[in-house]
Design a binder for this molecule. Sequence first.
Ligand SMILES: Cc1ncc(COP(=O)(O)O)c(C=O)c1O
Length: 488
Amino acid sequence: MSRDRSEPLLSELSRPGRVGHLLAAPDACADATLDLPSELLRDDLKLPELGELDVVRHFTHLSSLNFSIDNAFYPLGSCTMKYNPKVNEDVARMAGFAGLHPYQPEETVQGALQVMLELQQLLCAISGFETVTLQPAAGAQAELCGMLLIRAYHRARGDTKRTKVLIPDSAHGTNPATAAMCGYTTVSIPTDAHGNVDLKRIKEEADDTTVGLMLTNPNTLGLFEQEILDVTKAIHDAGGLVYGDGANLNAILGAVKPADLGFDVLHINTHKTFSTPHGGGGPGCGPVVARGFLEPYLPKPVVARRASGDRAGELFLDWDRPESIGKLKSFWGHFGVMVRALTYITLQGDQGIRDIGEAAVLNANYLRKKLDDLYDVPFDRICMHEFVASGRRQKQQGVRTLDIAKRLIDFNIHPPTVYFPLIVEEAIMVEPTEAESKDTLDRFVQVMRQIAEEVETSPELIHDAPHDQPVGRLDETTAARRPVLRWS
Ligand SMILES: Cc1ncc(COP(=O)(O)O)c(C=O)c1O
């Protein structure tokens, strides 16, 4: 029989007369009701009545129901759920950083501006680009920023004929959404038999109406684009620019600089590659790195150093940028994330950065080879930091990829991303990251192999999974269309 892991609400735990703390009676002159309008006063307020221990246990139990990278394996393809070293948190919480106010005078925040400047320099060095903004709050907003830079570039040249953006059919959904938000139409480019974007189709489509190409490399199949230099050249020959979706930078860290591959602008998901917790809507930080000729269009303000005057040498926020695409994010972006990223990169050092990419790739290939006899892997090539398997063999036996994902929860493993990318039937996308040990990888292999066996011997076990959670299978359609977001 499964253990009941649900947790009652505080109001359900309430018992009349039970108290945690007794507040001292207010003295007469502190009567808070005196100036309040009578219609706002209540005779009765039904707060839960609980002892301190009841409250502590309630919240401790709730916290233990959370799944996180800190308590179990989280091989979420496309999301790079890697471990975030705690030292990043310590540094971001230092009073000098955490207590800053964004409207403080510049002379009092020189250290914070220095953090931004140093992070910018490191991101340029790692990616090979000349200029950068830290303002966007996430990958998706960074894409908008990058495509607005490209739009500004074409407009500044009076090149208004360009209206179409080429996007591979394996792309993350944010790519076409971004192009559409910039007022462009999109052309879907198919994936070829080897898992690359189809170069021939790109050459056919690229012309003087092409704004550019949005390309993820390694792509969302976890594969390095083998003809990348020809692809970027074809776009440049047509007068377009190439936007790099750098969400998968973790795989090539220290090995390849995206600028060397022909990208003109690229976003970096610091919350993936540079180890910031993500989920729950952020906060994230999606710096955009770009070639020098796009610098005039960067969002304002940018961090700059005063060249002359009384305060020569000081850092300041430069708003005087007539060609800028404008302000993109409130204040100066998510500063705490920048501190975490700078801490992580600095502590890794050059060799550490290179090791991250290598270990991430090694771990993914290890899992791919240990599982490819039982689960189909449609593009059978050395993969990068993740690989996409297919549950089509299991589907023929009556078990869907979704069922396999739910069964993994019984083993305290977070399900991989499923049904993405859309071009792979019954996709299962596994990204172990560099942070995991061989023991953890071996356990995952053993569990996945056990599940493959259960598909044949006891499919009902998989159909009914998960078996030991506060919430079992949801009605996914109802949950998406009529979500219940509050208790009442
Ligand atoms: C390939 C790719 N591009 C873009 C994004 C969007 O990034 P964000 O979630 O930070 O908006 C993601 C996020 O998962 C991604 O995997």
